[in-house]
Design a protein. Structure first.
Length: 202
């Protein structure tokens, strides 16, 4: 009798019924990924476009940060911007040392001539530059408004660095910041001249 019951159960075409606890676990395990996918698709409907753009913004932010570091080193000295160099002996850095994060990862934080270390300010500026670009892109997308705001924030980052290190706010950094602020205020105001001027003054 037991063999017949097992055979009849295995060959029965009816649906397979699971225990109550196991069925609840299966339903929850299937429901949670569905809810997550729905929320992600709602927040980022073009997620297949966002990922490549972010991958481009990260190295771009690092390069912009390296440029800001070079300007922050030379502009307060009233000299023309040069290639990245040691602040102690003025020896030009090697190619990998141009980007402070790359020099930090590869273990080449010291000058080849005098042995002075690259300041911690430089990798920090590169990281902040990346964060600014990524934040603006996630907030406004890839638009003209985001480009102008990114330019303004990077100029303000340069002003902040020179002010903290040298107690200087240079005209050569203020003028581009004012132009970027005026352009951003004009675009954000919907090309209303009165609102644009008020935002620029603020």
């Amino acid at each position: 009798m037991a063999r017949r019951r097992i055979a009849s159960f295995s060959t029965s075409p009816g649906p397979l019924r699971l225990p109550l606890k196991l069925s609840l676990r299966v339903n929850r395990s299937l429901r949670i990924p569905a809810i997550l996918l729905q929320n992600i698709s709602g927040l980022y409907p073009n997620s297949f476009i966002i990922a490549p753009v972010l991958l481009l913004l990260i190295p771009l932010g690092v390069l912009v940060g390296a440029l800001l570091n070079a300007l922050a080193d030379d502009l307060p000295q009233r000299v023309r911007p040069r290639a990245p160099h040691c602040q102690v002996c003025n020896t030009p850095y090697q190619g990998r040392q141009w980007i402070a994060l790359l020099a930090l990862v590869t273990g080449r934080r010291r000058c080849a001539r005098c042995g002075a270390r690259i300041a911690w300010r430089k990798p920090l500026v590169e990281i902040v530059s990346v964060i600014l670009l990524v934040y603006v892109f996630q907030k406004f997308g890839l638009t003209t408004k985001s480009v102008l705001l990114s330019l303004l924030l990077e100029c303000l980052l340069l002003i902040t660095v020179t002010d903290l290190e040298h107690r200087l706010i240079l005209h050569v950094t203020v003028i581009p910041s004012a132009v970027a602020a005026a352009a951003y205020g004009l675009f954000g105001a919907g090309f209303d001249l009165r609102v644009a001027l008020s935002r620029t003054l603020i």
